[in-house]
Design a protein around this ligand. Structure first.
Ligand SMILES: Nc1ncnc2c1ncn2[C@@H]1O[C@H](COP(=O)(O)OP(=O)(O)OP(=O)(O)O)[C@@H](O)[C@H]1O
Length: 587
C-alpha cells in the first residue's frame, strides 16, 4: 500500500499504483467533461495540422501547374480558416480543461477535509499536526497549481505532439522518422536537468539568503563590529557567503547552459533533417516539394508543445509527490472500535495504568485511582511527574499501554475514538480554539440541537456579555476574516461550549494560568459556573485548587504517592504537607 504505512507515528504516503488509481478516479469522476476536453483538443490539433497539409498541397499543385492564382487564393483562405479554427478550438479546450481542473481540485479539497476530520483524534495527536497541516495546505496548493495550469497545458501539448507526429508520418514515413529524432534528446536532457535542478536551485536560494544574512548582520551590528575590531572577521564571513553564492550561481548557470542549447538543438534537428532528407529526395524525384514544405512546417509545430511540456515537467514531478502525500491521509487504517455497550454509570476507574510516549521510558508507572461521581479531585506534583499525561488518558486522548481507564466499565479511549465521549468527559486545556464560522456554528458543534435561547444562556453563564456587541450576534463570523476573539473571550466561548455539551466530568489542565489577574478572576468565575454539579479533576499548579478540592492526589515520577483530603494529607506530614507548608510560608 505505502512505503511507511506501518509506522504508527507517521502519516502514510500513497504508492505509485494508488496514485495512478486516484488520478484515474479524478478523470473518470468527471468523465463527460473529460471527453469534451479530449474532443475539443483533438479538433484543435486536427485544425493545427491541416494548415501545413494544405500549404504543401498548394505548393505541389502550383509546381505541377494545376492551379490558377484565384484557386491559390481560395486555398490560402482555407489555410487561414484552419488557423482561425485552431485558435478558437484551443481557446475552448483550455477553458474547458481549466474548469475541469477546478472541479477536480474542489473534489480533492473536500476529500482532504473529510479524510482529515475522519482521522481518529489520538492518531492525529500521535502523528503530529504539522505534517497534516502541510499536506492539506502546501501539498494541496502544489496539486492545485498543476490541476489549474500544468495538467491542462501538458495534456493539450501531448495531443498536439501526437497529431503532428501522426500527420508527419501520413505525409511521408521518412519525415515522420525525422520528427521522432528530437523526442529522445528532449526527454534525456529534461531528465538530466530535473534530477539536478531542485537541489541546485534550493542551494542557490539558501546561498543568496546567506549573503543577505551576512550583509545584514554586518550593517546592523556595525557599531559592535567597529567597537570590537571585528571588521576583518566580518569581511571573511561575507566573503565566504559570497563565494558560496557564486558557486551555487555558477552551478545553476551550468545546468541552464546545458539544458537550453541542447533543447534548442533538439528542436532544430528535425527541421534540418527534413530539409536534408527531403531535399535529397526531391532531387531524386522521390519526394514532392509540397511534402518537404509541409514536413518542415510540422517540425516547427513540434517546438512549442515540447517546450511547454518541458517547462511543466518539474511542476508535474513535484505535484506527483504532493498527490501521494495527500492520498496517504486516506490510507490511515485505524478503524474506530465497535462499542457493544454503553457506560453503566459515571464512575471513572484507573487500574494498573502504565504509559510511555514513543521512544521514551514510562511516564506513568502503575496508576490506580477511582474518580467518584460528583467529587472534585486535584492532582498535584512536581513538573514532569505525569499529571498532564494522566489528564490525557482520563479524557481518552490516548490509551494506556497497560492497565485500563474506564468510565462506567467502558474504556474511555474507545469511547473517544467512537465519538461517544464528548458528552461524558471533556478535557479543558490552555488552548481554546475558535473555529472559522459563525458564533452559532462554534456553539452548536458541541450540541447540534441547541436553540438560540440555550446558546445565549450558556454564554451568559460564563459572563460573555460581549456577545451582544458582536455584529449579527450569533450570526457573527468568527476567526480569520471575521471577528477575532481575544484569549479571554476564546476561553469563555470554550467554557460555554462545554456547558452546552453537558459532560458529567471535566478534566481541567491549568486553564487559567496564562491570563492576567483580572481576566483570570473572571475566567475563574466562568469556570466555577461550568464546574458546578460536575465531577472535576483539576491538574493543579496552585495549591489553592488542591485546598478547595474534595481529595488531592499527589504524583511523583509517574506514580500517585499520596491520596486523601487536604486535611488528611497535611496531617500525614508527607510531601503534600511539605508543599503546603512551603507555599504558605512563601504566601
Ligand atoms: N508529547 C510528548 N512526547 C514525549 N514526552 C512527553 C510528551 N509530553 C510529555 N512528555 C514527557 O512526559 C513526562 C511527563 O509529562 P507531563 O506533562 O505529563 O508532566 P506534568 O506533571 O504535567 O508536568 P508539568 O506540570 O510541567 O506540566 C515529562 O518528562 C515530559 O517531558
Amino acid at each position: 500500500m505505502s512505503h511507511d504505512h506501518d509506522d504508527p507515528h507517521r502519516l502514510p504516503v500513497a504508492d505509485r499504483a494508488t496514485v495512478r488509481r486516484a488520478v484515474r478516479r479524478l478523470l473518470v469522476d468527471d468523465g463527460r467533461a473529460m471527453c469534451g476536453v479530449l474532443l475539443l483538443t483533438c479538433l484543435a490539433a486536427l485544425a493545427g495540422v491541416a494548415a501545413p497539409w494544405y500549404l504543401g498541397r498548394i505548393v505541389t499543385r502550383v509546381e505541377n501547374g494545376e492551379l490558377t492564382v484565384g484557386q491559390v487564393d481560395v486555398l490560402a483562405a482555407a489555410v487561414l480558416g484552419f488557423a482561425l479554427a485552431q485558435l478558437l478550438l484551443t481557446r475552448f479546450a483550455r477553458c474547458f480543461s481549466h474548469r475541469f481542473g477546478e472541479r477536480a481540485l474542489a473534489r480533492l479539497r473536500e476529500e482532504v477535509v473529510d479524510r482529515t476530520l475522519a482521522l481518529p483524534g489520538r492518531y492525529a495527536e500521535r502523528v503530529g499536526t504539522g505534517d497534516l497541516v502541510t499536506r492539506s495546505s502546501l501539498d494541496v496548493g502544489t496539486v492545485a497549481a498543476t490541476l489549474r495550469n500544468a495538467a491542462p497545458d501538458v495534456f493539450i501539448a501531448a495531443v498536439q505532439v501526437l497529431f503532428v507526429l501522426g500527420a508527419a508520418f501520413l505525409l511521408d514515413p521518412l519525415i515522420g522518422l525525422c520528427a521522432l529524432v528530437s523526442l529522445p534528446v528532449v526527454w534525456a536532457v529534461g531528465r538530466w536537468y530535473l534530477r539536478r535542478a531542485r537541489d541546485a536551485y534550493l542551494a542557490e536560494g539558501a546561498a543568496y539568503g546567506g549573503v543577505a544574512e551576512a550583509l545584514n548582520a554586518t550593517a546592523h551590528g556595525a557599531r559592535t563590529v567597529e567597537a570590537f575590531g571585528l571588521g576583518a572577521r566580518q569581511d571573511l564571513t561575507v566573503d565566504r557567503a559570497i563565494d558560496t553564492a557564486y558557486r551555487a550561481g555558477v552551478r545553476t548557470l551550468f545546468l541552464r547552459t546545458v539544458l537550453f542549447p541542447v533543447t534548442e538543438f533538439a528542436h532544430a534537428l528535425p527541421t534540418a533533417l527534413v530539409l536534408l532528407v527531403g531535399g535529397l529526395g526531391y532531387l531524386d524525384g522521390a519526394v514532392g516539394l509540397g511534402t518537404v514544405v509541409a514536413g518542415s512546417l510540422y517540425m516547427w509545430q513540434l517546438v512549442d508543445p515540447l517546450d511547454r511540456a518541458l517547462n511543466w515537467m518539474e511542476q508535474l514531478q513535484r505535484s506527483g509527490a504532493s498527490f501521494a502525500r495527500i492520498k496517504g491521509v486516506g490510507l490511515v487504517s485505524e478503524d474506530p472500535p465497535v462499542l457493544d455497550r454503553r457506560p453503566s454509570d459515571d464512575r471513572i476507574e484507573v487500574r494498573g495504568v502504565r504509559y510511555a510516549y514513543p521512544g521514551s521510558p514510562d511516564v506513568l508507572k502503575g496508576i490506580d485511582l477511582v474518580v467518584r461521581p460528583g467529587e472534585r479531585l486535584a492532582v498535584v506534583g512536581p513538573s514532569g511527574a505525569g499529571k498532564s499525561t494522566l489528564g490525557r488518558l482520563l479524557s481518552g486522548v490516548d490509551a494506556p499501554d497497560a492497565g485500563h481507564v474506564r468510565v462506567g466499565g467502558v474504556p474511555v479511549a474507545d469511547l473517544a475514538a467512537a465519538g461517544g465521549l464528548g458528552d461524558r468527559i471533556v478535557l479543558i486545556t490552555q488552548q481554546h480554539h475558535v473555529f472559522m464560522g459563525t458564533l452559532r456554528d462554534n456553539m452548536t458543534m458541541a450540541a447540534p440541537d441547541a436553540g438560540d435561547e440555550e446558546i445565549l444562556a450558556a454564554l451568559a453563564l460564563v459572563e460573555a456579555g460581549w456577545v451582544h456587541d458582536l455584529p449579527g450576534r450569533l450570526d457573527c463570523a468568527l476567526g480569520a476574516g471575521g471577528v477575532e476573539l481575544d484569549a479571554a473571550q476564546a476561553q469563555q466561548l470554550t467554557l460555554a461550549r462545554v456547558h452546552l455539551a453537558d459532560p458529567h466530568t471535566l478534566i481541567l489542565d491549568e486553564a487559567t494560568s496564562l491570563l492576567d489577574p483580572t481576566t483570570a478572576r473572571q475566567a475563574e468565575r466562568a469556570m466555577a459556573a461550568v464546574r458546578s454539579d460536575r465531577t472535576v479533576v483539576s491538574i493543579a499548579h496552585r495549591l489553592q485548587t488542591a485546598h478547595d478540592a474534595d481529595r488531592v492526589a499527589v504524583m511523583e515520577s509517574g506514580r500517585i504517592v499520596e491520596l486523601g483530603t487536604h486535611d488528611e494529607l497535611v496531617a500525614a506530614g508527607g510531601s503534600y504537607a511539605a508543599l503546603w507548608r512551603s507555599w504558605n510560608g512563601e504566601g
